[in-house]
Write a protein that binds this ligand. Structure first.
Ligand SMILES: *[C@@H]1O[C@H](CO)[C@@H](O)[C@H](O)[C@H]1NC(C)=O
Ligand SMILES: *[C@@H]1O[C@H](CO)[C@@H](O)[C@H](O)[C@H]1NC(C)=O
Length: 400
């Protein structure tokens, strides 16, 4: 759920299973609720247990089960038994980690949002109800010496290829930006479920208001030059964004539109290939925030694997503004918010190495590009980067 390892291309390679035992070995105490971002209780079910759960909770007979990559939950692809193999229903079973499973209300709210967006024509997975008519079931599952309770959901399976496996074009980036705006606007203006209040997550480490708290974790970055880089970003946030935040428009953010959470499907029109968005996955970061935050988060993720990272922001911005034009003040915070998201992500990844040293090599390699991007952004500076973003975005309106 808390996709800390945003910098990884292949989530499958990265597993860190903190059980309650390794939690005790935690190197230090940052004793606040933001601790929650340290995932604990990654489920460890085997295929037999998955088949049993599917049959007992959903009355479905399983014909195929395959594990799917997940950072801190466990996901399985499931095909239900049927006579014609081409028409068998496909699902994803999600076993939520023990820590997040404690917050049933939030998990329910996330699931309601997915159903709601689906009803509005967006491509989100929807839950299959349990045999007692519920969205999810809380199951006590033994895992070594501890028994964690895990939320179990069966979701519809969506077709498509993860955006991480496709070379991004300006068109795709524009569409992703537009979709980000549609998601935020639809949830913020039309979703009125009582569970909405659980999107108030002020202690969530990814909340932009918590950027200054990164200082508490900064000791995990050993290189002085990188610590200074992060400190510079935090200072910039405090000096330029913190005081303006009350003037920005609030909304509900998806908050995690990274290239593993977006599925694309190829269509061919007039002889050339196009991609349309066929899936929006993982609502684990959904929380109260600002429209401009969603733009910044999406730009950051889309930059990471891009071969031409600087213009990326312009295409995403143009797509977002085709739905929701931003105010001058909102645009003015964009550069800083993009650099803040890099900072959050890089520091949290380092912190994670400390907790799960077995991931070190992998994490260091994948974070390398992230540091480079952040260095490039800060050395070019706000004005130069904005110029690239804003002129790229303007070229769209000029075309019309
Ligand atoms: C931080 O969380 C609070 C509570 O959910 C929210 O109102 C606020 O907008 C968030 N701050 C930012 C900068 O997103
Ligand atoms: C950083 O900037 C340099 C010079 O402009 C460029 O060659 C390099 O590709 C950039 N790196 C990243 C990760 O953007």
């Amino acid at each position: 759920m808390h996709r800390i390892l945003v910098l990884s291309r292949s989530a499958a390679l990265f597993f860190c299973c903190l059980d309650s035992e390794s939690k005790q070995k935690k190197p230090m105490a940052v004793n606040r609720e933001h601790e929650r971002f340290v995932m604990v209780g990654k489920p460890n079910l085997n295929v037999r247990q998955i088949v049993e759960l599917t049959e007992s909770l959903f009355h479905l007979t399983v014909s195929q089960v395959k594990p799917l990559p997940s950072y801190d939950d466990q996901n399985f692809y499931i095909q239900a038994h049927c006579d014609n193999p081409k028409e068998c229903a496909e699902y994803v079973m999600k076993i939520t980690n023990g820590e997040n499973s404690k917050n049933e209300e939030l998990m329910e709210a996330q699931t309601h949002v997915m159903m709601f967006l689906h009803s509005k024509g967006l491509h989100t997975p929807t839950p299959v109800l349990t045999n007692t008519g519920k969205l999810m079931s809380l199951e006590a599952i033994e895992n070594g010496p501890v028994a964690w309770k895990h939320i179990v959901r069966l979701l519809t399976y969506l077709p498509g290829t993860p955006a991480s496996e496709i070379a991004m074009t300006p068109d795709i980036l524009f569409n992703i930006g537009r979709m980000a705006a549609v998601i935020d606007e639809t949830i913020s203006k039309e979703f009125h479920h009582p569970s909405k209040k659980s999107f108030d997550r002020r202690d969530f480490i990814w909340n932009y208001s918590n950027v200054p708290l990164l200082r508490e974790y900064l000791y995990v970055v050993k290189e002085e030059v990188l610590r200074d880089l992060i400190e510079g970003v935090i200072k910039d946030y405090e000096a330029t964004v913190a005081s303006k935040i009350k003037n920005l428009r609030k909304c509900i953010n998806h908050g995690d539109l990274n290239d593993h959470n977006i599925l694309l499907e190829k269509t061919t029109s007039l002889g050339h290939d196009e991609y349309k968005i066929s899936g929006i996955l993982d609502f684990g970061h959904i929380s109260e925030g600002y429209y401009i935050s969603e733009v910044a988060i999406t730009i950051m993720y889309m930059m990471i694997e891009s071969s031409d990272p600087l213009p990326v922001g312009g295409h995403v911005l143009a797509g977002f503004e085709s739905v929701l034009p931003l105010t001058t003040e909102e645009r003015d915070t964009l550069f800083t918010l993009v650099t803040c998201r890099f900072a959050q992500s890089l520091v949290i990844a380092r912190y994670n190495i400390l907790l799960c040293p077995e991931n070190e090599e992998y994490l260091l390699t994948t974070a390398k590009t992230g540091w480079k991007h952040l260095m490039n952004l800060t050395s070019l500076g706000k004005e130069a980067v904005e110029k690239i973003w804003f002129t790229t975005a303007e070229s769209y309106s000029a075309e019309k």
